[in-house]
Design a protein around this ligand. Structure first.
Ligand SMILES: Cc1cc2nc3c(=O)[nH]c(=O)nc-3n(C[C@H](O)[C@H](O)[C@H](O)COP(=O)(O)O)c2cc1C
Length: 357
């Protein structure tokens, strides 16, 4: 990040900040001064992207179309492989390639029965970035790197972060339990700095990040960028059922709940009839098998069929902040411009001006 101030005091009023897509180093004239803003981190160089924003790979949700739109807007788009067989994922890779020439990635979910075959396909297709969730990708790392991929792994604990650094992954995504979908038990604010302090490779922050305030907070914690999921579910280019988007847009601060803790696979979802059914069964001490059977096919039911009462509406705590559908470009523009306003405000505070909103 490069923030240099020229001239006198700066003001945050009426910032003529140009949007992304016009170069990441921007000169902005403020009352009484001029400032060069360029929120560019090592993540941008590592991944060949313009802005340090990754759209998380989300099972059923993150298609080639969504990934390409994010990459076209200057971030890193990710396809979510979920439990899909390799040929289905390959089609999404081809779709993304037909829509963008910029780098994009695929998230491999390690609880999928097709993990091995999906990795083979990604090696064959020379996908530039591979992220991994729900497991240890250690044995696949050398092959993926030989094929030219950058390997990025989601972690929710310091121990796993250290193990994966030793396994040779390039980037860690420290994901706090505010996020949508499968979660760990530590929140983003304490998790990110602990992982940053424990490893020597770049760390991206995920979980609970919605706008420029979240990006600057993540950078302050030592991260080199952010991964966002929930806000991108409501992107115009995201093909989830409109009911799914509406459930997020109508969500309030306490609308999400966590199911699955007793089975060791906690998941954050928007509370609905299915979630209440889960929580009731969990309270009654239902068996792991019974609980797992209740979850089968439920994400698909919500994403594809729009059943937001008996389907699993995975979404994070930032749902309450998502107010409308936007294009991926608008989302990225909002995050970057918001971050610049926050930095300008922080400079004011640093310069001794009284704190104001
Ligand atoms: C609907 C949904 C599905 C997700 N599926 C996956 C997945 O398949 N693999 C994975 O590693 N992360 C998955 N995630 C996590 C996201 O990739 C991302 O890290 C997370 O959403 C970031 O936090 P946020 O929801 O607060 O923005 C999912 C998240 C959501 C909301």
């Amino acid at each position: 990040m490069n923030l240099s101030l020229h001239g006198n005091r700066v003001s945050t009023v009426a910032l003529p900040i140009p949007g992304p897509g016009r170069g990441s180093a921007r000169r902005v004239t403020f009352i009484g001064g001029e400032m060069t803003l360029a929120i560019r981190t090592v993540l941008c160089d590592l991944l060949g992207i313009e802005y340090p924003i990754i759209q998380g790979g989300m099972a059923w949700v993150a298609t080639g179309e969504l990934a390409a739109a994010v990459s076209e807007a200057g971030g890193l788009g990710m396809i979510g492989a979920g439990n899909a067989p390799p040929e289905v994922v390959r089609k999404e890779v081809h779709k993304a390639r037909s829509l963008t020439s910029k780098p994009f990635g695929v998230n491999v979910y390690f609880m999928s029965p097709y993990t091995e075959q999906v990795i083979d396909m990604l090696v064959e297709e020379k996908v530039p970035v591979v992220s991994t969730g729900a497991g240890n990708p250690g044995k696949y790392v050398p092959r993926l790197k030989e094929a030219g991929a950058k390997v990025m792994s989601l972690v929710a604990s310091v121990n796993l972060a250290k193990r994966l650094e030793r396994a040779g992954v390039d980037i860690l995504v420290a994901e706090g339990m505010e996020c949508g979908g499968h979660i760990g038990e530590i929140a983003t604010m304490p998790l990110v700095p602990q992982i940053v302090d424990a490893v020597g490779i770049p760390v991206v922050a995920a979980g609970g990040i919605y706008d420029g305030r979240g990006l600057v907070a993540a950078l302050a914690l030592g991260a080199v960028g952010v991964q966002m999921g929930t806000r991108f579910v409501c992107a115009k280019e995201c093909t989830v059922h409109p009911n799914y988007k509406r459930a997020i847009i109508e969500a309030r601060d306490r609308s999400t709940v966590v199911t699955g803790r007793p089975t060791g696979h906690p998941v954050r979802v928007i509370e609905n009839k299915l979630a209440r059914q889960f929580l009731e069964l969990e309270r009654k001490g239902a068996s792991k098998e019974e609980l797992e059977a209740l979850g089968v096919g439920k994400l698909r039911a919500a994403v594809v069929d729009g059943d937001v009462e008996y389907g699993s509406v995975m979404a994070g705590q930032v749902s309450a902040m998502v107010k409308k559908e936007e294009t991926c470009r608008e989302i990225i523009e909002d995050v970057m411009n918001g971050a610049e306003r926050v930095l300008a405000r922080l400079s004011e505070i640093r310069a001794g001006s009284p704190v104001f909103r």
